[in-house]
Design a protein around this ligand. Sequence first.
Ligand code: ASP
Length: 429
Amino acid sequence: MTSTTQQKANSKLLVRIIVALVIGAALGMLLPQNFMIGDTSLVSVITPFGDLFVRLLKMIMVPIIICSLIVGSSSISPAHLGRVGGKAILFYAVTTLIAICIGLACAAVFAPGLGLDLSDASKAVEKAANAPSMGQILLNIIPTNPFDSIAKGEILPIIAFCLFFGVGLAFCRDSKDERIKNSADTVFNLFDGMSEIMFNVVRWVMQYAPIGVFALMFVVFNKSGAAAFGSLFNVTATLYVGLAIQVLVVYTAVCALVGLNPFVFLKKVRPPMLTAFVTRSSNGTLPITMQSAENMGIPKSVYGFVLPVGATVNMNGTTIYLGVCTMFIANACGIPLTGNDYFTIIITSMLAAIGTAGVPGAGALMLLLILESVGIKVSGSVAIAYGMILGIDAILDMGRTSMNVTGDAAAAVYVAKTEKELDLEQWNS
Ligand code: ASP
């Protein structure tokens, strides 16, 4: 399929999902609770259609993380890991850490999902009692048997193993020994191919999304009525406040720190921001981000590495989204989060960003991963809350993708300026 045909198909699907969300919500509100058809309640007939959608998503979660993390981490060539690469990666890590903290702080202030009451108190208690200590969380990141972790769906150990594997693969692909290089390239192509296959499967699963979203929306609106609208509005507003802080405070501070005018940055970064907003794809926006880097006077030797790698591993907007939405789901389902949970969310979100592909909707799959990593099982009320988020994912994805590309551009500016390679004339015009 050509990319234009693909884009048309995507936007048709988006319309179908939004229509399904509206119809599901409207019907859920209009029909009385416990509406019966013969002996069975309508909710119990519709619920499995939503559950099927969540199961399909969970089915593809682990294979997708494995493939995209290995491809993502091995795409950073060690040959490029000189000063420029090192600086860029440090910049990604610090801004991503700040982004997730901003996401969690905004969610703490605005408390999205609170009052929705999809709760299942018994689960929450069980979860709190099983909480490991912080030291144990860190130790548990390293799997004793990666295959066991894969089989059990233990997210952090899987991520850790894939990162080791990916970086090892990157070194082998750079080897001077032809035999090692060729076999490493074969392994890379295998995972790259598998990742493409998985994204095809995602596309098929998404064809079912309108039915799944309809079912999930019907159930939640039938149960919670108008309160659900307020919650969806609240989670969207919380995310956008977080994104605004990231761009207006963090990136502005970065510019000021290296002695550049933040307003010029904000003006020059507008084209990729807008393109990302409408395409919802960092990868698709890459040519425009590169063009804007040229306009900022960043040399190709810097942006040629920083931007493509950034589009793969640096996802500041997605991390804010992960923090906000995890808290939305926890609030909506009455699941208390402990200090250790927040710590796990921070680590997992930072790592998940690396595995988030720069394509529409990829972050929503990563949200499943964050939930699982803090022991929140995606079923029952959690699946319903997740379905609500998925129903408005397009709106959330626009903002987070826009921020993802802005973060990449900020990284390129930072590296170029501190390496004294920035053409400052472009900043005076
Ligand atoms: N759509 C985002 C991007 O392309 C990824 C995500 O879904 O969070 O950057």
